[in-house]
Write a protein that binds this ligand. Structure first.
Ligand SMILES: Nc1ncnc2c1ncn2[C@@H]1O[C@H](COP(=O)(O)OP(=O)(O)OP(=O)(O)O)[C@@H](O)[C@H]1O
Length: 259
């Protein structure tokens, strides 16, 4: 079953491949994402971060092409217009420790083309949305790791991009913060692709799941289809366990084909 709407594609990859010093990270990736939330899952080293950076215009692939709202983020003519539409929350982010939370978020808004007053206002809004309003005037060096993750999300949200790419957004958060992050992602009005190792997060948020294994897409369908595959294999009967069983079954089948 296809879960994309060909008329409303906001991000697309065509035959994308990438290697690092001969080690293949991505190969033959054809993906179309439209509005809604998609989870990107895979074991360590499957290629998730590489794919997210590639879609964000942050890492030019060796092969194939990327389109954001029909624009090529790696072509000089389109790059500026494409990059305004897409934002990446990276897996690890570093911040200048002496800048305040409000300054680091509004600065990113300004860098992404907002007038400075608008950037300041939007920064205050998104800082509130990520639950850090009371820390807005604090210096970044005074924040915990989990709070810094939420600042990274606020930076991604500040320019209200059409496409949000979130690299393991809930990693390093305590259960309460994780829950808040999940609810926030669920309410985003954008095309969202987020990577995660936490199967409950996928269950709570995503409509669609893309599974990467050794740089290839081995599954791209509705969440319910992955859970159904897991239930058939393991007869678990609980959502998260069915998803996990579906995921493990896919990965082991894919590895069986390779060996
Ligand atoms: N900058 C880099 N230089 C060399 N190899 C890299 C680099 N970044 C990633 N790789 C390699 O590319 C492959 C895919 O890595 P990537 O970080 O995209 O996977 P991932 O699915 O995000 O992993 P994780 O879940 O551990 O974050 C891995 O084999 C990794 O070792």
């Amino acid at each position: 079953m296809s879960v994309t709407n060909a008329q409303n594609i906001t991000v697309q990859t065509i035959g994308v491949g990438h290697s690092y010093s001969g080690r293949v990270a991505l190969t033959g990736i054809d993906l179309s994402l439209t509005s809604g939330t998609t989870a990107l899952v895979g074991v360590n080293g499957a290629g998730k971060s590489t794919l997210l950076r590639t879609l964000a215009g942050a890492q030019q692939p060796d092969m194939g092409s990327v389109r954001v709202a029909g624009l090529d983020p790696y072509h000089r003519r389109d790059r500026r217009a494409a990059l305004i539409r897409v934002a990446l929350m990276p897996q690890t982010a570093t911040f200048p420790g002496n800048m305040t939370v409000h300054e680091v978020v509004s600065f990113v808004g300004w860098m992404r083309g907002l007038a400075s007053r608008t950037a300041g206002r939007r920064a205050a809004d998104v800082i509130e949305r990520v639950g850090l309003a009371t820390r807005s005037a604090d210096r970044m060096k005074s924040l915990s790791g989990g709070m810094a993750r939420r600042v990274a999300l606020a930076q991604a949200l500040v320019s209200a991009p059409d496409v949000l790419l979130l690299d393991e957004p809930s990693t390093g958060l305590d259960p309460e913060q994780r829950r808040a992050m999940v609810l926030l992602i669920r309410d985003l009005d954008a095309t969202v692709l987020f990577s995660s190792h936490i199967i409950e997060d996928v269950l709570d948020v995503a409509e669609r799941v893309v599974v990467l294994e050794s740089g290839r897409v081995i599954f791209d369908d509705a969440l319910t289809a992955l859970a159904a595959a897991g239930a058939a294999a393991g007869r678990c009967g609980s959502g998260a366990s069915d998803l996990e069983a579906g995921f493990l079954r896919l990965v082991s089948r894919s590895r069986g084909r390779e060996s």
